[in-house]
Design a protein around this ligand. Structure first.
Ligand SMILES: Cc1cc2nc3c(=O)[nH]c(=O)nc-3n(C[C@H](O)[C@H](O)[C@H](O)COP(=O)(O)OP(=O)(O)OC[C@H]3O[C@@H](n4cnc5c(N)ncnc54)[C@H](O)[C@@H]3O)c2cc1C
Length: 382
């Protein structure tokens, strides 16, 4: 029997918060998942309900309407969402909030952060374009300054939360002639109802059906010049590079939790299911595979805890965040895939949680920067 492992950053207060998040997810959001999967997006009112229980912006200061906690609280929300099998991209809300918190003017913070925390605004971050994903410097969406406005033209794709998004953090070229990253800026604005703004229907994905992913189109869209994030144009690429470690750590948190959930579900399954007159768990192959997976999950958990502690101390560097995102999502997929195998044919049936975990988690090796890009980042540090 191994002793239960407790993450060192989970204080009593964080544990209490975890219990309230778990209750809310089980009672309020988990029952909606089949319907959300069918409609390919969350209900709009889920955002205000989540805001009312303090699930949104848990690590944003209270003076801006957040819960005034730390990344420990954010990590607990991501972890509990993964354990409950609930797809609800509250982490995007936090990511956009941190862009505003880090680079926004006082007026921008006061205008948006409290409404994001209450779920009155739904945030999306739009970087990827049909022709530019990994190579963000190649993005083509432009924002041309005209008087006290920017005129935005172009398109984005694969944007999570775009279906309901009412606050957009948009990467654009403000100076198409500038070399490399220098012409890129971030604009943050409320796009709903603006002429020249269009959201495509949710894209048909192989997994994560409950969470929308859409295209966005900008055709002579006019937004206030005050939408610019930061003191001057040309800072956007550096702002993204600065904030992406937060996003990557969040993905790593989800990956570790999903791997652990897969193991829990599968361990129970192989105890219950019999073949050749005995539980599957009694076959040596089952025992060896689960022992390997459990060890990988535990190694990942301890590494992740170290990363979270470093982040809480303000010391998580981009290379270690890239390692966490890459390593944990690779192990997650291997573990979940092995668990599908141990379920036999039932592992391929959508009604079984393990089958959904398999299709849902695949994308974590791709988004927030592909794992190949993570390895490039790590290699640059050699
Ligand atoms: C479900 C989902 C949700 C998403 N949500 C968002 C969102 O909210 N906002 C947003 O902006 N984007 C989002 N994305 C986009 C995601 O971040 C991109 O898909 C990802 O960054 C990869 O870009 P790409 O798809 O253009 O692939 P490409 O960049 O075309 O890459 C294709 C392949 O080439 C490899 N490759 C590329 N460059 C290199 C290199 N230098 N060295 C080695 N290999 C390389 C990649 O690793 C990959 O394997 C989402 C994607 C999905 C699928």
């Amino acid at each position: 029997m191994s002793l239960p492992y407790q993450s060192p950053w989970v204080t009593d207060e964080v544990a209490l918060f975890r219990a309230s998040v778990r209750r809310f997810l089980q009672e309020e959001l988990a029952p909606q998942q089949p319907r959300w999967r069918a409609q390919h997006h969350a209900d709009l009112d889920a955002w205000t309900r989540a805001g009312a229980v303090g699930l949104l912006l848990p690590d944003v200061p209270a003076e801006y309407g957040g819960a005034g906690g730390t990344f420990a609280h954010e990590a607990v929300v991501i972890d509990e969402l993964a354990r409950a099998g609930v797809h609800f991209a509250s982490s995007i809300q936090s990511i956009v909030a941190h862009y505003v918190l880090s680079y926004g003017s006082e007026a921008q913070k006061r205008a948006w952060l409290p409404r994001l925390a209450r779920g009155e605004l739904v945030a999306a971050v739009a970087m990827t374009e049909p022709g530019a994903g990994s190579d963000l410097q190649g993005l083509k969406t432009t924002a041309r300054r005209e008087g006290d406005q920017y005129v935005v033209d172009g398109s984005k794709t694969f944007i999570t939360n775009a279906f309901h998004a009412s606050l957009l953090c948009l990467a654009v070229k403000t100076d198409p002639k500038a070399a490399g990253p220098k012409g890129i800026s971030l604009l943050v604005f409320e796009p709903r109802g603006l002429p020249g703004y269009r959201v495509g229907q949710p894209l048909e994905k192989v997994g994560r059906h409950a969470q929308d992913t859409c295209e966005l189109f900008f055709d002579d869209l006019r937004v206030p010049a005050a939408s610019l994030l930061g003191p001057a144009e040309g800072k956007g690429f550096f702002q993204m590079m600065d904030q992406l470690p937060y996003e990557r750590l969040s993905v790593a948190v989800a990956a570790a939790a999903t791997a652990e959930r897969a193991l829990e579900v599968t361990t129970q399954y192989v105890k219950d299911r019999k073949a050749f007159g005995k539980p599957l768990l009694e076959f040596q192959n089952t025992r060896m595979k689960l022992a390997e997976c459990r060890t990988d999950a535990q190694v990942g958990r301890v590494f992740l805890d170290g990363c979270i502690q470093r982040h809480l101390a303000g010391q998580l560097d981009p290379v270690t965040a890239a390692m966490a995102k890459y390593w944990l999502t690779e192990r997650e997929f291997e573990i979940v895939d092995e668990c599908v195998q141990l379920h036999g044919g039932y592992g391929y049936m959508a009604e079984y949680p393990i089958a959904r975990m398999w299709t849902d988690c695949r994308v974590e090796r791709i988004y927030a920067g592909t794992n190949e890009i993570m390895k490039e980042l790590i290699a640059w540090s050699l």
